[in-house]
Design a protein around this ligand. Structure first.
Ligand SMILES: Cc1ncc(COP(=O)(O)O)c(C=O)c1O
Length: 387
């Protein structure tokens, strides 16, 4: 089946946060969902489930767990058993549970910045203390790229550091970390007896043929201290259905994680299970076409920025549908997010929400039909030209 990602689906009169949050209806290229319909098999499975008409308490379907295990085997030759899978209502709650499970109140949680804002708030929400290690920004031809400074990473560790929240592929920098990079990070964590919670929600969104390596596949020793978080939500554009997956192979850690969840996280939405199963079993064709479309959008964004947005430099996203724009040389006075919102009527994400390393940056979501992207970029170009 051919999917038409150029189609404009009117979300302005739906319950979409992306399309209804702002008063003056700017073009929304902010929150990380896409403006595309989910795969047809997902819509069909949900329709059938709705038609059944009885929406009582659900049970996690064994067939879903088996499907996830098979998927891990097929994609990464990673042996996971159904008993090692725990469902969570969302990945954000998944890493908040991880923070609360490991260590004691007052212990430290390490993250690499700039990073998806809920990584910065999770420690505080769970009575922990945030510790940050900035990634290093390096020029990369006409684009920018981030690399890991291992000395800085290790220097951020104290005897109170209990858990490292890894974002891989990383939001907002759009990189998937290589085997070597992950091995270096894991080696440091092993030496300091630190648990790793690896948020791999973007791991299926691989652009231009890049690959993903789950942290837990690097060695049994690393798997033993890993909490891996994955979900069909970003991949198949269904985050509103709230079905996330934690894979924890260490029995003691998994039991502790489940204990933290007791009485707090509630049931997974039955529609989430239905959609996840349909997406993982029948969504492959859609995903292949989506990745081609996103890769073309990514390339378009990079060329457009280089040619038309003076002073703006972007990352070259290898994964995700998020570009991270350095606006510090544009001549914009003040916050570029505010500038583009008021002067271009385009809503991006404010870089400073991603940590102080994000000051002067904005995040742009290119998971939308090309025509919306062109219109937003044209409006940004015109606003910059008026400076
Ligand atoms: C790295 C990362 N983790 C988690 C989430 C949110 O996941 P959920 O909606 O399942 O909490 C996002 C959404 O943008 C994300 O980029």
């Amino acid at each position: 089946m051919h999917y038409n990602f150029d189609e404009i689906v009117d979300r302005s009169r739906s319950d979409s946060a992306k399309w209804t949050y702002y008063d003056k209806s700017p073009l929304p290229l902010w929150v990380a969902d896409m403006d595309f319909r989910s795969p047809e098999p997902v819509i069909r499975a949900l329709t059938e489930r709705v038609t059944h008409g009885v929406f009582g308490y659900g049970m996690p379907p064994l067939v879903l767990a088996e499907t996830i295990c098979q998927r891990m085997q097929d994609l990464y030759q990673w042996e996971v058993t159904p008993g090692q899978i725990i469902y969570v209502p969302s990945i954000v709650s998944g890493f908040n549970i991880a923070c609360r499970t490991v260590g004691e109140p007052g212990d430290e949680v390490l993250v690499q910045t700039p990073v998806y804002p809920p990584f910065l708030t999770a420690p505080k929400f769970q009575d922990r203390v945030l510790a940050t290690a900035d990634l290093t920004l390096v020029p990369n031809g006409k684009t920018i790229r981030y690399e890991i400074d291992y000395d800085r990473f290790e220097a951020a560790i104290t005897p109170k550091t209990q858990i490292f929240l890894l974002c891989n592929p990383h939001n907002p920098i759009g990189r998937g970390f290589s085997r070597e990079e992950q091995l270096c990070l894991a080696d440091i964590c092993l030496r300091h007896d630190i648990t790793i919670c690896s948020d791999e929600i973007h791991s299926d969104l691989l652009l231009g043929g890049t690959t993903h390596i789950p942290m837990a596949t690097l060695s049994p020793e690393i798997a033993d201290r890993c909490i891996t978080l994955i979900a069909p939500s970003k991949t198949f554009n269904m985050p509103g259905l709230a079905c996330g997956i934690a894979i924890i192979q260490n029995d003691k850690l998994r039991r502790a994680y489940e204990k933290t969840m007791r009485g707090l996280t509630g049931h997974i939405n039955i529609m989430g299970y239905t959609a996840a199963l349909a997406a993982y079993t029948e969504g492959g064709e859609w995903l292949t076409q989506l990745l081609a479309y996103l890769t073309a959008n990514r390339d378009f964004v990079i060329h457009y920025i280089n040619d038309n947005l003076p002073g703006v430099t972007t990352t070259f996203p290898e994964s995700t549908y998020l570009a991270w724009l350095d606006c510090r040389q544009t001549g914009i006075e003040g916050n570029p997010f505010q500038f583009f919102l008021t002067e271009a009527n385009v809503a991006l994400n404010d870089g400073q929400a991603f940590g102080s390393a994000g000051q002067g940056f904005v995040r742009l979501n290119f998971g939308c039909p090309r025509s919306i992207l062109v219109q937003a970029l044209d409006q940004m170009r015109d606003a910059l030209n008026r400076i």
